[in-house]
Design a protein. Sequence first.
Length: 258
Amino acid sequence: MSLEQSVCGLKEPLTFWLWSRLAGKPNANQLSDLNHVEDISFETKDHRVLRGYKLKATGNEGELITPEGYLLVLQGNAILADRLISEFARFSSAGFDVYIYDFRGYGRSEGRRRLKAIVSDYMEVIAALNSADYEKHLIYAMSFGGIAFLNGFEQHTGLDRIIVDSAPSRLSDYGCPEEYDHVNHLPDDCSHCMFIVGRNDTVIPLAMSQELVDKAQQKGAVILRDEEFGHPFMDYDWLVHRRRLKIMEEYLLNNKLP
């Protein structure tokens, strides 16, 4: 089947269209205060071009250095790469190249917005990054980005640390085939993973993610359930948002638990 064939019924194209409308239009002006950011592209196996940004690794004085590793960010379905890349500058200054792409059919990326295709895209992107000359491989996947990442988990080898933030357990409740229930794609060993759940999250309430985090915990993952956290990058208070970022940074960069 074509990668861009719907797998979740007639509602899939409309749902993705609505989400992409919420994500808005690209705005490169949001990058004006960033140093060492590069406009990047990736051609998929079905010849669609994904576009995004790479924040290059720097040293303590802001100078470009040979990167220690990479961080790939998989965002939510209502936000574009140019909106988020600056939030991960701490990883750049810690010596990591930071990558983020607009999803297929979003922002500046080509193609039709389809679940099967987006899952496949990140299998390819991660495989390409892992084949590059990086010592450490880090993933931060939030909301729909967590869905896209987890559905390809069996293919995502060679990853050092992973955070999945505020992802639901299943898609079959919304008309998708059970094979896209990402709770069933967790590997036997999740000891290199942290799953974050915000008890104040009104987008993905705890009930929607409970099965996923319980199963991940049984497989060795770190689970953080926080009373104050809302949906990622939608926290009601800047201090709560900053604390969330700090936890992410400490775990991914230093393997330090909250």
